[in-house]
Design a protein around this ligand. Structure first.
Ligand code: G4P
Length: 529
């Protein structure tokens, strides 16, 4: 099959949610529809279980699972669906941000009772910044929750979205009767039997049809008619271009656990979700249908076996076809590399493939060549943009606790940072190393992995820093910048890419610095225009 046809078949997306909203359950139901798995419970949740075991053991368990769930692919209605896994735990938010650079759209899952939660807000904000098309799925309609219109308001206000419902619930919780599918104009009735896979669908293109009373009762029929009228009056009609430009977000209601509203979501998703999209490299915009392969590393996964230090680098194919055993240019290293056993993903299995297409993810075995953000091409020098680092929330000095193992320690820290576990800053003044993380959990991960994978021991020391600010002087030669560097010397560091960073100890200090040195811009992410 030719490249254009293959691209048209692909839908690569991520599901984002606050932990417990139902991301894993929805993923599993989507895989069931695709026939990729046979039974519920097959997809393991990669979330960190609370309290059960000590944190790092829990993380190791989670790591084992997340290798298997990094990419879940299946075929549905002749389309190849690639779901990219995004950890829900807030300490792994950075991982999720990076994965979002490799998706063409997302589905946002919201718990009907809890509404918009903190983690959803953060993740949606990132999607909005990048104009990623989003579909909202309001889950757990089998439970009592918030009023549908109140929830739609909340989604608009807290998430800054413009929504239009494409399905609407009939009742909720105890009184939940089913879903009216605005998109397909039919009704799905709820049997309450969660073992049933797919309900019968009743075509129903006129809600004024008196049959409605017979199906759901007088009160529910009146409510539904009123609600649908309100929907028509208040919300804009669905517009595919607006959705694809990230300006309008369709909303579906359902219950993932009971398999309700999931088929509607999937069928609509297949119709409207974008095919693999062009991506900006620093040099130019690259289109998927270009015949020459290019792609970038968005995730690196260390092998679970400490004896073999090989890693799996996840590459999103942006253009062309990726072929096994063909030499590709590793742009940063200026080296040609060949891959004899690239992995493709299908459901929970990975298998060696000869060819993959734009939109797909390939897993490449790596012995330490790759960093997050690296680009591979057929020879052209391209550098894909858009995998910025965000300012960490926690900062600690890292010290070598075993002088005999300095080399192992340096190598371990280096590789873990390439993997994106945390960020490393080296202080200008004395060369001391500072580890910045999103969550406190990462310090345990690093300590544990340094010891078990590299035989090195580290200790930490608190460094009370509020935020890392990437420094962007208007003029590197002016006196103001020189003065800034002199006064702030103690707080200046280089990140892993050698970019200058100001480690500010308080919000006040950032404010004062900006006032005093207006020509020195400070950014909270490592990439800025
Ligand atoms: P996550 O990946 O977003 O963290 O959420 P996950 O799917 O693991 O779901 C969190 C909990 O919510 C699970 O219950 C799951 O069964 C439940 N759930 C998901 N969808 C629905 C739904 O439509 N209705 C209802 N009532 N519950 C739903 P749990 O007790 O934490 O786990 P488990 O023991 O059932 O696996």
């Amino acid at each position: 099959m030719d490249l254009i046809t293959e691209i048209a078949k692909r839908r690569t997306f991520g599901i984002i949610s606050h932990p417990d909203a139902g991301k894993t359950t929805l993923t599993e139901k989507l895989l069931l529809f695709g026939g990729a798995i046979q039974e519920a419970g097959a997809v393991k949740s990669n979330k960190i279980k609370k309290g059960a075991t000590s944190d790092f053991m829990e993380i190791e368990r989670q790591r084992g699972i997340s290798v298997a769930t990094s990419v879940l692919a299946f075929i549905y209605r002749d389309k190849k669906i690639n779901i990219l896994d995004t950890p829900g735990h807030k300490d792994f938010a950075e991982d999720t941000f990076r994965t979002l650079t490799a998706v063409d759209s997302v589905i946002v899952v919201i718990d009907v009772a809890k509404g918009v939660e903190e983690q959803t807000e953060k993740l949606v904000q990132v999607c909005r910044m990048r104009n990623i098309p989003m579909i909202v799925f309001i889950n757990k309609l089998d439970r009592e929750g918030k009023d549908a219109f109140d929830l739609l308001d909340e989604v608009e206000q807290k998430l800054g979205l413009k929504v239009t419902p494409l399905s609407f619930p009939i009742g909720m919780g105890y009184d939940f009767k089913g879903i009216y599918n605005i998109w397909e104009k039919n009704i799905n009735l709820f049997s309450g039997d969660n073992k049933k896979d797919i309900e019968d669908t009743i075509a129903f293109d006129d809600v004024n049809n008196p049959e409605l009373e017979k199906m759901i009762g007088d009160d529910a029929a009146t409510d539904l008619r009123d609600n649908l009228e309100l929907v028509r009056e208040v919300y804009p009609a669905f517009d595919n271009d607006a959705y694809r430009n990230g300006e309008l977000q369709p909303v579906f209601f359902g219950s993932a656990l009971n398999n309700f509203g999931v088929r509607e979501l999937l069928d609509c998703f297949i119709d409207i979700a974008p095919v693999p999209q062009p991506k900006n490299a620093e040099e130019r915009l690259v289109k998927p249908e270009e015949s020459k392969f290019s792609g970038f590393v968005f995730k690196i996964h260390a092998n679970m076996d400490p004896k073999h230090r090989d890693r799996l680098a996840f590459v999103k194919i942006v253009s062309g076809t990726f072929e096994r055993n063909k030499p590709y240019l590793h742009v940063r290293n200026k080296k040609k590399l060949k891959f004899s056993s690239p992995n493709a993903f299908f459901a929970e299995k990975k298998e060696i493939v000869d060819v993959s297409y734009a939109g797909d993810i390939v897993g490449l075995h790596d012995t330490g060549n790759f960093k997050i953000g690296d680009t591979l091409t057929e020879g052209e020098v391209l550098n894909y943009k858009g995998i910025p680092s965000f300012s960490p929330e926690h900062f600690r000095y890292i010290n070598n606790a075993d002088p005999m193992k300095a080399k192992q320690m340096a190598k371990g820290v280096d590789q873990l940072m390439d993997e994106g576990v945390a960020q490393l800053f080296t202080l200008d003044l004395n060369g001391r190393k500072v580890i910045g993380t999103v969550g406190a959990l990462q310090y345990e991960v690093i300590q544990y992995r340094l010891e078990h994978e590299y035989g090195a021991k580290c200790s930490y020391e608190n460094f009370p820093i509020h935020k890392a600010c990437w420094v962007d002087p208007e003029d590197e030669k002016n006196d103001e910048f020189a003065e800034f560097k002199r006064v702030k010397q103690k707080f200046l560091a280089k990140d892993k890419q050698g970019q200058l960073v100001f480690l500010a100890d308080s919000a006040f200090s950032i404010q004062m610095t900006q006032q005093k040195y207006p020509s020195v811009k400070l950014h909270f992410t490592s990439e800025f225009e």
